[in-house]
Design a binder for this molecule. Sequence first.
Ligand code: MN
Length: 362
Amino acid sequence: MEDLLSIGEFAARSGLSAKVLRGYAAAGLLVPAAVDGRSGYRYYAPDQVRLARLILLLRRARVPLSEIAGFIRHPDPGTLRRWEDELDLEARNRRQALAEAGHHLGLAAACGLARHERDHQGDDAMTTQTAGSATHPGTARTTNQDALVISPPLFAVADGLGQSPGGETASRLALDTLSEAFTGAPTAEALAAAFRQASHAVWERADTDLALHGMGTTLTAVAVLQTGHQTRLAVASIGDSRAYLVQDGQLRQLTRDHSVVQGLIDAGQVTADQWRNHPDRSLLTRALGIAPVVEPDITLPEVTGNARLLLCTDGLTAQADHAEITAILSGPGDPGQAASDLIELANNNGGADNTAVIVIDL
Ligand code: MN
């Protein structure tokens, strides 16, 4: 016990209060080296001061306690970069919201936006992707409410909801608004802002045109932010159209469905195999058009080396499993060939729904 520090001494050396130290111990982050079985007094080892200071720094960066534990076990520069990216994204989102609030009030918030655009003029992306796409109404339907846009560095698919002509109007309007709004330097924050505009456009049109009342759409987009040694992507999604990455024969899903069944899968009530036949499979918990502005999920996956990206609507994922999709994407065909092979796969497996796919080689 001689080398150990009392909690008071340790608090003084580490700059953390005894109360905070008890909280960290409870979270399993910084466990006392010894606890007196009789008095309950906690003792820390002198070499724990370094760890305490590291945790303090990460907390000052507002990293959640739950993420700090894993980082300390496996510190890696990729995690630090991800936190930085998330910080940038949050700051930009908040700045954008302030600018929009100012705009609503007729105040001079434009200077804030202008500054922020200037900050990112250096982010010019090289667009060296090759892409192919295909869309098909399927074997059971006559109209195609799925749509897609290829406008490098932006790629997106949308699956319209609601009776014709609502569904096809919603998906087209969402994609047109998205690609028009996504101009300037490609950043994750620009993608989020363009999503908000697209979602507002769909809601406004559904709200004002009686024939289109109740229409909505999914929207899933990838913006290639930077290529070269390390490809940086921003993936944004609302609904159940998906983005996948294939690398070395491995398929990685980059999006999470906003659906009732996804909730059941998360709760362990439906297995990943059963979801395709679930009666509530098409019930979405988020879609453009259901509210004035719908927020996308945004992720910033990192890619090293050659990889292939897939964007697709549920017309593919409800008809084909991951193994079948991976086999086609890992095959020798170019992106255009892979896209039409995927449509053929969906139709051969039933083709119950419209399908839209984009395949991009990074
Ligand atoms: Mn669909």
